[in-house]
Design a binder for this molecule. Structure first.
Ligand SMILES: [Zn+2]
Length: 131
């Protein structure tokens, strides 16, 4: 179906302005569309892995899990933090930090700036799920 409407939009992936012919178009072109798709697949894998790990946590292995000197250790502690960095928010959500940065850029995620640090309120992340 063709239409004559032209809608100025920002590409969800690269943030560039482009002219869409449909209200549902989200990307400036095929390149961004396929890159976004690949990224979603990757992010889903990470999320699935995290979900798997959470499912497997028992009171016995939780302490051992916390003692691991890797990022996933933080995942447990991050749930108790009120203020997060972009990096921490991305770990908590199981997304890339680019996804977080895109959300901030498009005003979907409110943040505060402390000097050159970006601080995200835990409540803002919770709010994403209350809309
Ligand atoms: Zn694009």
């Amino acid at each position: 179906m063709s239409s004559n409407i032209k809608i100025p939009k920002f590409c969800t992936f690269c943030g560039q302005a482009f002219v869409a012919q449909k209200t549902t178009t989200r990307f400036c072109g095929h390149t961004c569309a396929s890159r976004a798709h690949k990224q979603r697949v990757r992010e889903k894998k990470v999320q699935d892995t995290l979900n798997d790990q959470i499912k497997d946590i028992t009171s016995e292995n939780l302490n051992a899990f916390r003692a691991l000197p890797v990022q996933t250790t933080n995942f447990i502690n991050l749930r108790d933090k009120d203020f997060l960095s972009i990096q921490e928010a991305s770990i908590l959500l199981g997304t890339s930090r680019w996804t977080i940065q895109r959300m901030i850029k498009s005003n979907r995620l409110p943040v505060a700036k402390l000097g050159d640090r970006t601080i995200i309120k835990r409540a803002s992340i919770d709010n994403l799920f209350n809309q």
